[in-house]
Write a protein that binds this ligand. Structure first.
Ligand code: F6R
Length: 608
């Protein structure tokens, strides 16, 4: 997730911008830049990598200007590089723009601007903005930004400066955070409060479609229809540490709550009703898809669990056989691979050593490789033939939550895309599934309202030594992930099983009071699952079931039932995992564990 800072005031802008950006480092970034207005021109400095590199470069620029914008970029469109770093300029170098978010219709706008003679130098979606502002500029920057914003679809927070109006920063937000910081000797705009906390505690919290004009002497907030808005000043009472977590106690909780947004982001511009699925970095032709004889999904940990959902989805919808492999096994078991094999590599970080080795092995044997990863420019993204980026933003808590849900979205998108090309689903069926998938973020928001319910449940079971997670079909895959979350952050031993496997051994472990989490979202398998619940119940288990609203029959066999909003069972993992994440989180809290940094674990496993 990128970070924006802008300043207009009576002090040198550069050090203030850099200090602000440093406070946004927690958001993650891979390149950075600032643009400062000085003596009628824009001084632009951009670097790849850390802010320390930017500080080095800025020593050369030595800009003394008092108005500027700065940015840390987390790459989504185009790899991390100087040219893709923000700020972006118009051709005349009179307008500079920083942007957070994703502009959905940037391809369309690029084409339109291209026809008008505008030339693009970067691969970013953002670069359409300085050109659009340039196109609409007739002596009033605010008006030009307002007109440009009308053309944008998607999410954005923008900061804009212009040499013709050297006292101003113009900014706007839509579905991407932006605040204004107020001080006597200058005013700030930033994507998050920590960026301004060392300068001021007086802020305006901007709403969607509010425009801001920042000068040294004041701040004007204007609605999209041009009316001045009076806003109350919000006095920040919390410290920078709490601010980084957006008020949440831990990054993990913050990331759990980001899931409706990142689920939506990952579908953005790819799944639209009435349009073909758009996967700009997957170049497999219809013929190549038809020729696939076997798909391997290869990954580790949580990403592997996303792969299990991928297998069910691809086999169900596209009828192509899929095997899911743990990367450290796959790489050493001499898998049968040829040029009719497709390997889907799933990795949040894009750097996991075993997963990367599996990718290299698959390539060397002639397989086509698609990478599903969250990090643009990561080794895995660079080495794969095709890429589907998850747009989860940086994940800071060690235990993966939002990366997993976006990996699930990637799996469903691939399954639908293959189904279309294989002709296994009709156009109407695909359209109906797209509609169900697009409805998921709202349902996720609903499930997250179960926060207190999960907290209360956690308090009842946090002293357990062992727990079991059971499910069938998609629920079994989610059981695996739910159980991993519990182990990782609460250190409680747990096992996940396909419910039908129980009587083949593990049921011997069930005794009076053993906690069993039973997932029962799959309509076709509901009765079978209820029978499995009865099996453990009669052996004394304490059963906590998760089922869709309305399936009240399950209450007869369970000690407690957590009801989930009804969704297409195919997409159930996207909602059923959320309460399991919350449950693990609150159990970890109740036990006094270090939630964000669990013992023995690292965020990125770059050694074998
Ligand atoms: C669990 C977790 C790990 C990772 C695994 C793979 O919460 O985060 O199991 O999923 O180490 O990492 P990536 O996806 O970066 O390859």
């Amino acid at each position: 997730m990128c970070g924006i800072v802008g300043f207009s005031g009576k002090r040198e802008a550069t050090p203030l911008l850099v200090e602000g950006l440093k406070k946004l480092e927690y958001r993650g970034y891979d390149s950075a830049g600032v643009a400062v207005l000085d003596n009628g021109k824009i001084d632009l400095t951009k670097v790849k990598g850390r802010l320390a590199n930017l500080e080095e470069e800025l020593k050369k620029t030595q800009s003394k200007g008092q108005v500027g914008i700065g940015h840390t970029r987390w790459a989504t469109h185009g790899e991390p590089s100087i040219v893709n770093a923000h700020p972006h300029l118009n051709e005349k170098k009179t307008i500079a723009v920083v942007h957070n978010g994703i502009i959905e219709n940037y391809m369309e706008l690029r084409k339109w601007l291209g026809e008008k003679g505008y030339k693009f130098v970067s691969e970013t979606d953002t670069e359409v903005v300085p050109h659009l502002v340039d196109y609409y500029y007739e002596g009033n920057l605010l008006e030009a930004v307002m007109k440009a914003a009308k053309r944008l679809r998607g999410s954005y927070a923008l900061g804009v400066i212009c040499t013709e109006e050297p006292d101003k920063v113009v900014a706007v937000r839509k579905d991407s955070p932006l605040i204004v910081g107020l001080k006597e000797d200058g005013n700030f705009v930033a994507s998050d409060i920590p960026a301004v906390l060392s300068e001021t505690r007086e802020v305006y919290l901007l709403e969607d479609n509010e425009f801001v004009v920042l000068t040294a002497d004041g701040v004007e907030i204007i609605s999209e229809d041009g009316k001045k808005i009076e806003k109350e000043i919000y006095h920040v009472t919390w410290n920078a540490d709490a601010a980084e977590k957006n008020g949440y106690d831990h990054f993990m909780l913050k990331e759990i709550f980001e899931q409706p947004k990142v689920t939506k982001d990952t579908m953005t511009s790819r799944i639209m009703l009435g349009e073909d699925i758009k996967l700009d970095k997957i170049n497999l032709t219809k013929e190549q898809i038809e020729n696939i004889q076997k798909v391997y999904i290869v990954a580790c940990g949580t990403a592997y669990h996303a792969g299990l959902v991928g297998k069910y989805a691809i086999e169900k919808l596209a009828r192509i056989p899929v095997e899911v492999d743990i990367a450290s096994e796959f790489r050493y078991r001499n898998p049968i691979i040829n040029d009719k094999t497709l390997v889907i590599i799933v990795s949040q970080s894009g750097e996991t050593a075993d997963t990367l080795a599996a990718l290299r092995l698959a390539k060397s044997r002639g397989a086509r490789v698609i990478a599903v990863t969250n990090v643009v420019g990561s080794t895995i993204s660079r080495e794969a033939h095709d890429i589907l980026y998850t747009w989860a933003g940086p994940e800071i808590a060690v235990a993966s939550t939002k990366a997993y849900t976006t990996q699930l979205i990637a799996m469903y998108i691939i399954a639908l895309h293959f189904a279309k090309n294989m002709g296994t689903l009709s156009a109407e069926e695909i359209e109906a599934l797209k509609k169900d998938l697009l409805a998921i973020p709202e349902k996720e928001t609903e499930v997250l309202e179960k926060k207190e319910e999960m907290e209360a449940l956690a308090k009842k079971i946090y002293k357990e030594d062992d727990m079991f997670y059971l499910g069938r079909g998609f629920d079994q895959a989610v059981a695996m992930e739910g159980s991993l979350k519990l182990k990782e952050i609460s250190y409680i031993h747990s096992e996940a099983y396909a419910a039908g496997e129980l009587k083949h051994g593990p049921i011997a472990l069930i005794e009076k009071g053993t906690v069993v989490i039973a997932l029962a979202t799959q309509e076709e398998l509901f009765e079978k699952m209820v029978s499995n619940i009865k099996e453990v119940k009669t052996r004394g288990a304490r059963v906590i079931s998760f089922a869709f609203e309305g399936n009240t029959d399950i209450e007869n066999t369970s000690d407690e039932v957590v009801y989930l909003p009804k969704v297409n069972p195919l997409f159930a993992p996207l909602v059923s995992i959320l309460p399991l994440q919350l449950l693990s989180y609150y159990i970890s809290i109740a036990k006094g564990c270090d939630v964000d940094k669990p013992r023995n674990l690292a965020k990125s496993v770059t050694v074998e």
